[in-house]
Write a protein that binds this ligand. Structure first.
Ligand SMILES: [Zn+2]
Length: 82
C-alpha cells in the first residue's frame, strides 16, 4: 500500500506556500540570493523560502543587509572614500 506515501507527496505539494527553512539553510542560500538580486534577477522566484525567512527572522535579515553592503562595495569600488 503506497497510499500514505502518495498522500505525503500531495501534502508537500499543497504546502508550498508555507515554506519554512532554518537559519542554517537561509545562511547557506544567502550568498546566491544576494548575487541574484544584484544581477537584477528575482531570487524570490527561485528561493521563496529565503525571502520568507528574511521577513520573519531578524538575525538573518541583519546578516543579509550586511552581505548586500559588502557586495555593493565589492562591485562598486569607486564608492569607497579615500
Ligand atoms: Zn534566521
Amino acid at each position: 500500500m503506497g497510499n500514505s506515501h502518495l498522500h505525503r507527496l500531495l501534502s508537500a505539494a499543497l504546502a508550498t506556500e508555507e515554506i519554512e527553512i532554518s537559519c542554517q539553510e537561509c545562511y547557506d542560500a544567502l550568498d546566491s540570493y544576494a548575487e541574484q538580486l544584484l544581477e537584477g534577477n528575482d531570487p524570490e522566484a527561485q528561493m521563496p523560502g529565503v525571502t520568507q525567512h528574511l521577513k520573519q527572522c531578524f538575525c538573518c535579515e541583519h546578516e543579509f543587509e550586511a552581505l548586500m553592503v559588502m557586495l555593493h562595495e565589492a562591485a562598486g569600488a569607486s564608492s569607497t572614500d579615500p
